[in-house]
Design a protein around this ligand. Structure first.
Ligand SMILES: NC(=O)c1ccc[n+]([C@@H]2O[C@H](COP(=O)([O-])OP(=O)(O)OC[C@H]3O[C@@H](n4cnc5c(N)ncnc54)[C@H](OP(=O)(O)O)[C@@H]3O)[C@@H](O)[C@H]2O)c1
Length: 259
């Protein structure tokens, strides 16, 4: 067991289920203290906290809506009161579109929602996190921001254009953060999952599974949340030394150009 003062501390947004929960669990296995987040303090969040706690890691519930930018710093302060100084922010919270379909029919409501959760929130939460770190002397622990964007940061999904736009924005925010925070030795990564079986993709995963088996992905299968959890935990643990600003496709080779 590490001493509390040298244990890395991570906040994982949107970790009440799916990829975020798998990231929280993988970080706990790596020895991180973990703050588990969802927009509200509900049974799903409590169950997620219990799963992470069962791994033996210090854990805290951190219920807050990431779109409430004015509450970010207070939310980070509460996490630090409970778990100690943050070393790691994983911006994972995300939403899909309100309705799949022709971009000519996309509503302003769906556009605003995608941009608010998937791009604006991670920009400002990263800003609050970075300000906090820069305001004090940091421990020699590895410090990083890992953003979970999407293959749709680069590849168009015709039926989800507003989601694609939000993820492209998030990928650029990752690059800008890497540039700004490099001189502070805070690493920034952009993880771009492809087809992962979660609640978000539940309505379409069977169709994707079939396409994966037919060659859409180079490994003929869809991914699992634990695949992304292990990848994010590796990055957040500093296992890619002397790197920052990387965009990492976590898509079983889906986007490699082929003919
Ligand atoms: N699954 C895939 O194939 C795939 C592929 C590429 C990228 N991604 C990205 O991976 C991330 C996780 O996706 P997932 O598949 O695990 O989705 P998911 O199962 O729908 O989980 C999304 C999580 O984000 C939370 N969340 C949503 N809005 C929030 C807000 N305003 N404040 C705080 N938390 C909020 C959700 O909590 P509530 O349910 O309580 O709202 C939930 O915990 C997303 O950014 C998604 O875009 C997923």
């Amino acid at each position: 067991m590490r001493a509390a003062s040298v244990r890395p501390v991570a906040l994982v947004t949107g970790s009440s289920r799916g990829i975020g929960l798998a990231v929280a669990e993988a970080l706990a296995r790596e020895g991180f203290a973990v703050a588990v987040n969802g927009p509200v303090d509900d049974a799903e969040l409590s169950a997620a906290v219990a799963r992470v706690a069962a791994l033996g890691a210090p854990v805290a519930a951190a219920p807050f809506d990431v779109t409430r930018v004015g509450g970010h710093d207070a939310a980070l302060a509460v996490v630090e009161e409970k778990l100690g100084r943050l070393t790691t922010l994983v911006n994972n919270a995300g939403v899909g579109v309100l309705r799949r379909g022709d971009m000519l029919d996309v509503s302003e409501e769906s556009w605003d929602r995608c941009l608010a959760v998937n791009a604006k929130a991670m920009f400002f939460l990263s800003q609050a996190f970075a300000r906090r770190l820069l305001s004090r002397e940091r421990s020699p622990l590895f410090h990083s921001i890992v953003n979970v964007t999407s293959s749709n940061a680069v590849a168009v999904a015709e039926q989800r254009s507003e989601y694609c736009a939000s993820k492209a924005a998030a990928a650029m925010v990752s690059k800008a953060l890497a540039v700004r925070l490099g001189r502070e030795e805070i690493a920034v990564y952009d993880v771009q999952p492809g087809l992962i079986a979660t609640e978000m993709t539940a309505p379409v995963i069977d169709a994707y599974r079939e396409r994966a088996e037919q060659g859409l992905t180079l490994f003929p299968r869809v991914g699992q949340p634990d695949d992304i959890g292990a990848l994010v935990a590796s990055l957040a643990s500093g296992r890619l030394p002397y790197t920052t600003g990387l965009s990492i496709p976590a898509d079983a080779g889906m986007l490699i150009p082929r003919f």
